[in-house]
Design a protein around this ligand. Structure first.
Ligand code: ACO
Length: 327
């Protein structure tokens, strides 16, 4: 049973925070951020604007694009590391807000690679249940887990959401999900962590949060693994499907750092005009990054029918993934 992306949608909070704005918070500057990361500004959620709120708006747009009523959705997956709460899952909150009356919902936790893990899960649901209509959302309020005193992390991330609708039947302008590969290495888990409040580092009533409550990472090490692992998994998925990078019309990579994206393009021997980049506007939106970029690339008419699109991501875990789409 083949799986098809029949609609895409995205949503970002209104509040724009520029690099100049961040200069007032931490010892940084626009030149450093732009030259090291490619990021010029990011969207930051207003207080109270949660992961499900951003996800609902992206999902509405994806459902509208797919011409599917919320009442027809059978499965909801939300990829996030910044859920509304531990319990209930953000997927159930989002399902309730959209008025989806039945079916399962669950969150998928794989940090920045979460959307591709959820996409493969959607493909499995469609294979098992040919009538399934799966809503796959990547939504993050990363700002809720950022230490705004740590210049090494707070300048890199942003908030946003993207969504796709996956079914067993193609429709006009849809994309077949040809293949997805997921991989990872738990021995590298210490490179990116959000530990505080987990059961291994529990909190007591009245205790103030410490630095470990927020994203902590070893940027330089992650950079190296990101380039290597994404290039390797892209090569693997191409070879497995009898393709080379010259068969790919557009790569939509996780938007973490323009230098990571350029190095990846170099290793795949792909010119940058075949690589979609919007990091300058949004920063790293973690699990939202790929569906947000995919929706934007479609809106800009960069994916005409017949296009082969490759998605790739890496994230805390560490884990990495690639997917091939045939439009
Ligand atoms: N402004 C100014 N200076 C800074 C800033 C800042 N915001 N942040 C760090 N610096 C300084 C450092 O303190 C250091 O100073 P020093 O030389 O005096 O010690 C200097 O800049 C260089 O720091 P590096 O860390 O070596 O800089 P690098 O070129 O490696 O860039 C960066 C850092 C941007 C973090 C890069 O390593 C990177 O992008 N790594 C990947 C990170 C990533 O993608 N993380 C997300 C993973 S996905 C997920 O699952 C969430």
């Amino acid at each position: 049973m083949s799986a098809h992306i029949i609609g895409t949608g995205a949503f970002v909070p209104e509040q724009v925070v520029t690099n100049i704005d961040l200069q007032r918070l931490v010892d940084t500057n626009d030149e450093w951020i732009v030259s090291r990361t490619g990021i010029r500004e990011r969207r930051i959620a207003e207080p109270g604007q949660s992961c499900s709120m951003l996800g609902v708006e992206a999902a509405k747009r994806a459902l509208e694009d797919a011409k599917v009523a919320a009442t027809d959705v059978t499965h909801v997956l939300v990829a996030t590391f910044s859920p509304d709460a531990y319990i209930p899952s953000t997927a159930y909150i989002l399902r309730e807000k959209l008025g989806i009356p039945r079916g399962m919902a669950m969150d998928v936790s794989a940090a920045c690679t979460g959307f591709l893990f959820a996409l493969e899960t959607a493909r499995a649901f469609v294979a098992l249940h040919p009538e399934a209509v799966v809503l796959v959302v990547g939504s993050e309020v990363v700002s809720s887990r950022l230490n705004w005193e740590d210049r090494g992390t707070c300048v890199l991330f942003g908030d946003g959401a993207g969504a796709v609708v996956v079914t067993g039947k193609p429709s006009h302008g849809s994309a077949e999900v040809m293949d997805v590969l997921l991989d990872g290495d738990g021995s590298l888990s210490d490179l990116l962590v959000v530990r505080g409040g987990g059961s291994a580092t529990p909190m007591k009533l009245g205790q103030a949060v410490a630095e470990d409550f927020f994203v902590q990472m070893q940027g330089r090490e992650i950079f190296k693994h990101a380039v290597r692992s994404m290039a390797a998994i892209c090569q693997r998925i191409l070879e497995k499907n009898g393709l080379t990078s010259s068969d790919i019309d557009l790569v939509v990579p996780h938007q973490a750092n323009i230098r990571i994206i350029e190095s990846l393009a170099g290793r795949l021997d792909l010119p940058m005009d075949k690589v979609f980049v919007n990091i300058e506007k949004y920063g790293n939106t973690s699990a939202a990054s790929i569906p947000l970029a995919l929706a934007e690339a479609r809106e800009k008419a960069l994916i005409p029918p017949g296009s082969k699109v490759m998605l790739t991501a890496f994230g805390g875990g560490l884990n990495w993934a690639a997917a091939l789409l045939q439009y």
